[in-house]
Ligand binder design. Structure first.
Ligand SMILES: [Fe+2]
Length: 453
């Protein structure tokens, strides 16, 4: 997630919010503690000496996220909601600020990060403080109080995906794959993709607080009429994309937008970001290892929006819109409170340590679950680039006063909505109203392409 600019909570006043169904317990909620355990297991996958490495030039090294997750939690719960002082006057502000990968931003501007040991001590100190104040949160009459742990949990879960795609940029020798987890499922696609029509009708975008927690960009829920269209029933794979590469797609100016071409040329991109050539052979990166293309041929191809658009043009197709994907995923079923439970397109997650069933892509079509019009892999593979620019829904208001800039900072025309969810997305974030976005040339995230026409 390209979120992370946290500004002082002065922008927006509280809004009247419905009360939660049950009072919060006076302890740190289970979901928060499960999130902490998952964070710890993810950081454990990175060798200590690699924690300070800047795997992605425009993002901080992993040690930043070690401190950022607790810093954010305290900024929301301690400082933001309860008006308490920092846990550490030096580290609170240092760890609070995330990065939006803007082209041209200088990596040299980033502050020096503390070492891992100091970051761990800070993390533990924040967790102790959060436990100490949990009773005050439960007793608070602030209308934001019932939701503040949701803010913390979903932020933490979103950053797990950030961490996993950061892991995918590190050299495998710097990683310790989680023991016993399924880190790669090799093979071709289960079958060839075909066009599957989607009839016209409504799509519901976003959520309502009456149903449960949702971020500012989800409110108020919008209804969009979708005209009939066709959508591939599977995402495009590495195997599919090879034809674009071998057909000169990266060298054909007419396939690219002006800015896309300029960026491609400047970055020297000639293969998707997760591919490399080794001695004439193509290899594809999973989170923890490199694989021969033949092993990865059936995985959805991971790429930037600029590449996805060029590929779609080459294929005589286009990217779908956010509303089109919502319609393909949910059909005519109106958004309802019960639809907010972790998506019924995904088997109930174990909520085990990571909350992830696998730590890897797998061949498209191997998941039997399908949307109402027969589309597979709408979640659980990669997010799907859409042509929809990220912006607020009609009536948008940044209602989370402790985090007013969560979305509004990114309503700049440069960010696109990505739909669905990836293998690295926690089941909780596959809830119906959740919206996600990345910059059009951000090439590190777990996002792929599904053709529409
Ligand atoms: Fe963040």
């Amino acid at each position: 997630v390209t979120s992370g600019r946290h500004v002082d909570p002065h922008g927006a006043g509280p809004s009247p919010l419905p009360a939660p169904a049950a009072p919060l317990p006076p302890v740190v909620p289970d979901a928060v503690r499960r999130g902490w355990a998952a964070s710890d297991s993810l950081f454990d996958a990175i060798c200590t000496e690699a924690m300070g490495a800047r795997a992605i030039p425009l993002r901080h090294p992993a040690v930043f996220y070690l401190g950022h997750l607790p810093a954010f939690a305290w900024a929301q719960v301690g400082r933001g909601l309860l008006g308490l002082p920092p846990v550490d006057p030096e580290l609170d502000p240092l760890f609070e600020r995330g990065i939006d990968p803007e082209p041209g931003a200088s990596p040299l501007e980033r502050p020096t990060m503390p070492g891992v040991e100091r970051a761990v001590r800070y993390r533990d100190a924040v967790r102790v403080r959060l436990a100490e104040v949990a009773g005050r949160v439960a007793a608070s009459r602030d209308p934001l109080a019932p939701w503040i742990w949701d803010v913390v949990v979903e932020h933490e879960r979103m950053h797990h995906e950030t961490l996993l795609y950061l892991i995918a940029e590190l050299d495998p020798s710097q990683l310790r794959p989680p023991v016993g987890s399924m880190v790669a499922v090799a093979g071709p696609a289960a079958r060839a993709a075909s066009w599957s029509p989607v009839p016209s009708g409504p799509a519901w975008i976003g959520s309502s607080l009456e149903d449960g927690f949702g971020w500012d960009n989800e409110h108020p829920r919008a209804t969009v009429h979708v005209a009939p269209f066709e959508l591939r029933d599977l995402p495009s794979t590495n195997g599919d994309f090879l034809a674009f590469v071998e057909g000169g797609g990266y060298r054909t100016r007419s396939l690219w937008t002006d800015v896309g071409w300029a960026w491609r040329a400047a970055s020297g991109l000639e293969l998707p970001p997760a591919w490399r050539r080794v001695g004439g052979e193509i290899e594809v990166r999973s989170a923890f290892a490199w694989h021969p293309l033949a092993e990865a041929a059936g995985w959805p191809v991971r790429l930037s929006c600029a590449e996805a658009e060029a590929y779609a043009r080459w294929a005589g197709a286009r990217l779908p819109t956010e509303a089109e994907i919502a319609r393909a995923r949910w059909g005519d079923r109106p958004a309802t409170p019960e639809a907010r439970a972790p998506s019924d397109l995904r088997a109930a997650s174990t909520e085990a340590v990571s909350g992830l069933p696998r730590w890897s892509e797998r061949p498209v079509g191997s998941d039997p679950r399908a949307g109402p019009f027969g589309h597979r892999d709408l979640v659980g593979g990669l997010w799907c680039w859409t042509s929809t620019r990220f912006e607020g829904l009609p009536g948008f208001k940044p209602w989370i006063r402790t985090y007013p800039a969560y979305s509004a900072d990114f309503f700049d025309g440069e960010h696109r909505v990505v739909a669905g969810g990836s293998w690295a997305t926690h089941a909780r974030l596959e809830r119906r109203g959740f919206r996600n976005w990345y910059r059009w040339n951000y090439k590190y995230a777990f996002v792929g392409v599904r053709l529409a026409r």
